[in-house]
Design a protein around this ligand. Structure first.
Ligand code: HAM
Length: 440
């Protein structure tokens, strides 16, 4: 038997319905915030990720799925979405659009060759969004509060927002120097990767999973202490706006992020998933004011965020959040003989066009087995079509919950179903309390 590759997942059945529901809530909220959907290729030229995510980042040095295509080009399966979105922004000259900033969102699989464990996969899905073309601290606060609002709308209760600032280039360079000074005398205490990082990108040392608990790490200088006045002021504004929006946050100097393109605001959002370790980070993002230019576009400030959907689904499960998934069929149509089957075919088509979920028997079951199948599918109503009723233009419709049966005219069937089934599919968007009409 051929099995799925290590670190991947099959999603089907009720789990697939939960994913679809979550994606629908995300779509609805992104629309309210006036973002437009974007789709970029699963693979891009490897150079894109080397120049954006960074040559010295763990993602590029250890985790990318690289291949050479039949034309000899070096390609990489995308490990994240920002690089591809920014490449698309530049290639399509979106900086020339009259409406700025450009607000884009995505929901797509990513690929990282990591050691698989709970909450960490080699193929995983991120929903994410990017605001390209604004340096306003208000957009930083909005990007953070949007993530919080999505999590809240889904019913997640225990989330923690950790923010930090890396400052502008000058602040970042001062900080970099301070880190080198701090770590150099302790170089022998660091893992082999960190020894290399000290030369190439000392900020990455703070991100190290191996050295995390060592004293030299705990006593490392903090970014906040190296921010120049301008960067400090900017960070203060972001915090003010967050407070106005009612977002609870903590300033955490340990948040430096694992990708190279960040400056100024960086943030991560944790869910309380016990036993998950670092995998309780369900999303992260930050400002990347230099990236568009580094990828040969015009100087353009930007900020964005991405959340691991797989981890988010796990967090919802752990908190036992009940998502309003429809696991019911509206009507199961049975027929006593082949004579009524044609009429069943007509009704199935007609009722589905009117928006009802209607099922029938496709296995030539006995009536008894047909009732069982209706039960398995959680059908709200059952009709057994028979010649006698149909001659009078009537059907007997049985409510499977109350066990009551009504005899109604076929012409009144749609009206009857409309009256008796609360509309589960019409969801009202109320971000504070995403309200769902109950099905029963
Ligand atoms: P990231 O922190 O690398 O940021 O990934 C964002 C989220 O994706 C993580 O917080 C985590 O929830 C999820 N994730 C990452 N790796 C895995 C994995 N192996 N298995 C399951 N989930 C995973 C970025 O990717 C940036 N592009 C975010 C961003 C957008 N910054 C600005 N704009």
């Amino acid at each position: 038997m051929i099995t799925k590759p290590k670190g991947t997942k099959d999603i089907y059945g009720i789990e697939a319905k939960r994913w679809q529901y979550v994606s629908k809530v995300i779509d609805d909220i992104m629309e309210k915030y006036n973002y437009t959907f974007i789709r970029v290729p699963v693979f891009e030229s490897s150079e894109l990720f080397h120049r954006s995510v960074g040559d010295a980042s763990d993602i590029v040095t250890k985790e990318t799925y690289d291949f050479t295509d039949r034309g000899g080009r070096k390609m990489t399966l995308r490990p994240e979405g920002t690089a591809g979105v920014v490449r698309c922004y530049i290639e399509n000259k979106m900086y020339g659009l009259s409406s700025q900033p450009v607000k884009l969102y995505y929901n797509m699989p990513m690929y990282r060759y990591e050691r698989p464990q709970a909450g960490r996969y080699r193929e995983f899905t991120q929903f994410g969004y990017e605001v390209i073309g604004s340096d306003d601290p208000l957009s930083d606060a909005e990007v953070i509060s949007l993530a919080v609002n999505i999590y809240k709308a889904l019913g997640l209760k225990e989330i923690k927002v950790n923010i930090n600032s890396l400052g502008d280039d000058k602040s970042r360079n001062n900080y970099r120097e301070a880190l080198v000074k701090h770590f150099k005398p302790h170089i022998n205490e660091l893992c082999s990767d960190c020894k290399e990082r000290l030369e190439k990108n000392p900020l990455r040392i703070l991100d190290c999973k191996v050295d995390q608990d060592k004293d030299v790490m705990k006593s490392a200088p903090k970014t906040i202490d190296y921010l120049n006045e301008e960067s400090k002021e900017r960070f203060e504004k972001v915090k003010e706006y967050l407070s106005v929006m009612g977002v609870n946050f903590e300033v955490d100097p340990k948040v430096v992020r694992g990708l190279d393109y960040y400056n100024h605001t960086v943030f991560e959002i944790e869910a309380k998933i016990e036993g998950f370790g670092a995998q309780n980070v369900i999303g992260g993002g930050g400002r990347y004011n230099a990236l568009v230019e580094e990828l040969d576009g015009p100087k353009t400030p930007a900020i964005g965020f991405a959340s691991g959907l797989d981890r988010l689904m796990l967090a919802l499960e752990m908190e036992e959040v009940e998502l309003p998934i429809n696991d019911k069929v509206d009507l199961f149509l049975l027929y006593v003989s082949d004579d009524e089957k044609k009429y069943a075919a007509y009704l199935l088509n007609d009722l589905r066009k009117s928006g009802f979920i209607v099922e029938t028997d496709y296995l030539n079951r006995s009536l008894k087995a047909g009732f069982k199948q209706a039960d398995r599918l959680n059908s709200r109503f059952i009709i057994v079509l028979n010649d006698e009723d149909l001659k009078k233009n009537e059907v007997r419709i049985k409510n499977t919950k109350t066990k009551e049966e009504d005899v109604i005219s076929v012409d009144a069937l749609i009206y009857y179903l409309e009256e008796n089934i609360n509309d589960l599919y019409d969801m009202d968007l109320n971000i504070d309390n995403y309200d769902h009409k109950d099905a029963d």
